[in-house]
Design a binder for this molecule. Structure first.
Ligand code: ZN
Ligand code: ZN
Length: 129
């Protein structure tokens, strides 16, 4: 998946990763460059990088992590709050989650997670198109 040209840099290399499944508090990553990211689980679920979710987001122009909006006049479908049942490392470059809606296709690379960091500083730095 990851080409040798994209070897982890300090910005995409986590120093510590905490997945707070039992408390439901989301995931915390401290990066080797000192940046700290906090990802609520709902955000991570909405940022799922698998092809299916990518396509779904593409249809409505959502960015990874943007909540799904129901179409105007559409039914609001009840969805239980996204929460992983388990999380596991994928090699040294990624993490994957088994979500409570039976979805587990997304491989969240560290690089991707750094790109979608929801903190104010990173949000400002991303193009808002
Ligand atoms: Zn997905
Ligand atoms: Zn950030």
């Amino acid at each position: 998946m990851q080409s040798p040209l994209e070897a982890p840099t300090a910005a995409t290399n986590p120093k510590s990763v905490k997945v707070n499944i039992s408390s439901g508090a989301g995931m915390d990553i401290e990066w080797a460059d000192g940046h700290v990211s906090h990802y609520p689980f709902v955000y991570l679920r909405d940022a799922c990088p698998c092809a299916m979710c990518e396509e779904e987001r593409g249809k409505t122009g959502r960015h990874p992590g943007d909540p799904a909006v129901s179409p105007p006049g559409g039914l609001v479908i009840f969805k239980p709050k996204a929460k992983p049942l388990s999380a596991e490392g994928v090699g040294r470059y990624a993490i994957k989650f088994s979500w409570n809606d039976n979805h587990d296709l997304g491989i969240y690379s560290w690089k991707f997670l750094r790109e979608v960091c929801p903190c104010e500083r990173c949000k400002q730095a991303r193009p808002a198109d």
